[in-house]
Design a protein around this ligand. Structure first.
Ligand code: RB5
Length: 149
């Protein structure tokens, strides 16, 4: 799988851990920054990663901020992005199986390395189930243009 990864300053420390973990498992990883822990705004990096994922069909993203909340909210403003804020292997697996999530988000101040490893494995090893979930995922795009009847 190909991943684009970005963080803000509050997610910066874990970025290299996640990159190593993905590369050890044979995944391709593109680091979209930041390159140091100076203060930055999470929407800028959420958008950078979202645009890369949208332009590279079949790719995925990982976004990390302090809580994972701000960066996931910002990413989800991009139509076609389904950024899932996850806290454990179950949510990381279900966001692929039912929501066809294309970006995994989490908070560096919330989860530790062991949980992150289990979330990444769950995300990578779970496929979208399609079927009734495809119709629901399609309706997400309708929500963003106000057509939900
Ligand atoms: C930065 O202090 C923090 O607000 C940010 O990383 C994130 O947690 C916002 O949702």
């Amino acid at each position: 799988m190909k991943f684009y990864i970005a963080t803000d300053h509050a997610g910066f420390v874990l970025k290299s851990y996640v990159i190593d973990l993905l590369q050890d498992r044979g995944h391709e990883v593109v680091d979209l920054g930041p390159q140091n822990d100076s203060r930055v705004d999470y929407p800028d990096f959420a958008n950078k990663c979202s645009h890369a994922v949208l332009e590279d069909q079949g790719s995925f993203g990982i976004l990390i901020c302090g809580t994972g909340i701000g960066i996931s909210i910002a990413a989800n403003k991009n139509r076609g992005i389904r950024a899932a804020l996850c806290h454990d292997a179950y949510t990381a697996s279900m966001c692929r199986a039912h929501n066809d999530a294309n970006i995994l988000c989490f908070g560096e101040r919330v989860v530790g390395k062991g949980v992150i490893e289990s979330m990444i494995d769950a995300f990578c090893n779970t496929s979208f189930e399609g079927g009734r979930h495809s119709e629901r995922v399609a309706k997400i795009e309708c929500c963003s243009i106000g057509k939900i009847d």
